[in-house]
Design a protein around this ligand. Sequence first.
Ligand SMILES: C[S@@+](CC[C@H](N)C(=O)[O-])C[C@H]1O[C@@H](n2cnc3c(N)ncnc32)[C@H](O)[C@@H]1O
Length: 223
Amino acid sequence: MEQFPADIHRFCDPQLPHGRRKELVQLLRNIDEMTCQKLQILFSFSVPNQEALTFVADLKQPVVSAGAGTGYWEYLLQCNGVDVISFDTNEVYPSEMRYSEILTSGPEILEQFPDRVLVLAWPDTDESSTFSLDCLRHFRGDTILHIGELLGETLSANQWGQSSSRDFQLTLAEDFCCLSRIKLPNWPGHLDSLTMWKRKSTQPVMCDGAHFHYVNTKCRVYL
Ligand SMILES: C[S@@+](CC[C@H](N)C(=O)[O-])C[C@H]1O[C@@H](n2cnc3c(N)ncnc32)[C@H](O)[C@@H]1O
């Protein structure tokens, strides 16, 4: 990253001359083997940092990671003392590319883990994917960690970002409340964060003229 020119993040800035934008896009897409996309496939779609890993470890709760890919985040979480179960179809990444053990399954496995926090890191590759929404439908627990882009936090022309579908994000916001947000380091062109969402009570309660949903905001369990 340090070897990129300082204006690399302006690859989509219309103020920059077309020729320069083209050069920057070329750099991002094509330079030797260290392109962003290859790094995403070798490691993970968003870049972990210690703040995010410590945040998850401090929850002191076991997690289940859906669509773990190479299992890189999951490996680092385990190194930070987190009890992690992961699953994926395992059709994309061969076993020699995986950093941690990943069960082969679809989202239905989530019904077995109501006591775990659900981790969803870049579950969808495009708007046609229903994976994230399927995970929401099968998940019975009350805490979700989303890693990636969200509505309005993206440079992509799709305002819902590049990580999870519009339908998923709408359902997430309907049933869960976002309580924490950590900005992550980014591959060029991404605006990733780790956000923590807690399930709302099913029935809103009338409180002196306005409806409220109760959310258990207790985020950290100190043993
Ligand atoms: C964009 S990749 C993200 C991988 C990893 N979480 C990361 O952040 O680098 C999406 C992952 O979801 C997995 N996936 C997609 N649909 C799935 C399904 N129905 N069941 C299990 N995994 C699925 C894919 O195999 C892929 O590994």
